[in-house]
Write a protein that binds this ligand. Structure first.
Ligand SMILES: Nc1ncnc2c1ncn2[C@@H]1O[C@H](COP(=O)(O)OP(=O)(O)OP(=O)(O)O)[C@@H](O)[C@H]1O
Length: 222
């Protein structure tokens, strides 16, 4: 599913965000990436999404080499990825439901099932009562849940979520983690960055990857 060998990422200003990353993630794995602010968690997700390319080393996601000369293929690869990034990129003037559906129109999902799948995703994140609300009327946490519904509804092979519980109260945060964990049963690989280690302490399954100063300093089963 994902294989990284000796991957480094240096940004244009010279910042070494990731150093010598080795990683193997299998289909259906639930992976939490933890670490202090600035340790490199988002940078790692950006590499996996093809928003940045390794400066050195090799990275493969769903059998796709992540290199600049593969940009066209990486665009296609993104159809198999459900991203939840910190800027939710919801379309203003559209309802929560329309936002969830927008991402699905470009996929091989039958038009008749798009509406049903979108509503099911909103139900999963507890937002069915806001389905017809324009997204600009939603709270920050609700917008976050719409972004998660949009990713889940696409039934992707891989979900990449950057702090998906960041602005949620404990109950909603736990619900979202439960929801993401359950995707394992559909063989979806889920990679989540989080500061909320107290929420994942009692999780019996999942792999924990701790990043420190751009290096993986610890990897263990949760
Ligand atoms: N576009 C960029 N250009 C230069 N440096 C960057 C860029 N994006 C991130 N960095 C730097 O790379 C390092 C890792 O940043 P990253 O955003 O991956 O950390 P993080 O662990 O996700 O942090 P946080 O938990 O605060 O979101 C930091 O030193 C950051 O300042």
């Amino acid at each position: 599913m994902i294989e990284a060998q000796d991957v480094c990422l240096r940004y244009a200003d010279g910042t070494m965000a990731l150093n010598n990353i080795d990683l193997q993630i299998d289909p259906g794995e639930m992976v939490y990436i933890i670490g202090h602010s600035g340790s490199g968690k988002t940078s790692l997700l950006k590499l996996l999404m093809g928003m940045e390319y390794p400066t050195s080393g090799t990275l493969t996601v769903l059998e796709q080499p992540m290199r600049e000369d593969q940009a066209m293929n990486i665009r296609r690869l993104r159809r198999m990825i459900g991203p939840v990034f910190q800027e939710f990129k919801l379309i203003k003037g559209r309802t929560a439901m329309e936002n969830v559906m927008l991402g699905m129109r470009f996929l091989d999902i039958h038009p008749n099932t798009i509406k049903e799948d979108a509503m099911n995703a909103l139900i999963k994140v507890g937002l069915e009562h806001k389905a017809l609300s324009p997204v600009e009327n939603l709270s920050w946490g609700e917008s976050q849940r719409v972004a998660i519904a949009r990713a889940v509804a696409r039934k992707p092979a891989l979900i990449l979520a950057d702090e998906p519980t960041g602005n949620l109260d404990t109950d909603n945060a736990l619900n979202i983690l439960e929801l993401l964990t359950a995707l394992k049963d559909e063989n979806t690989t889920v990679i989540v960055t989080t500061h909320a280690t107290h929420l994942i302490d009692n999780k019996s399954h999942g792999k924990l990857i701790q990043v420190d100063g751009g290096r993986i300093c610890c990897e263990r089963l949760g």
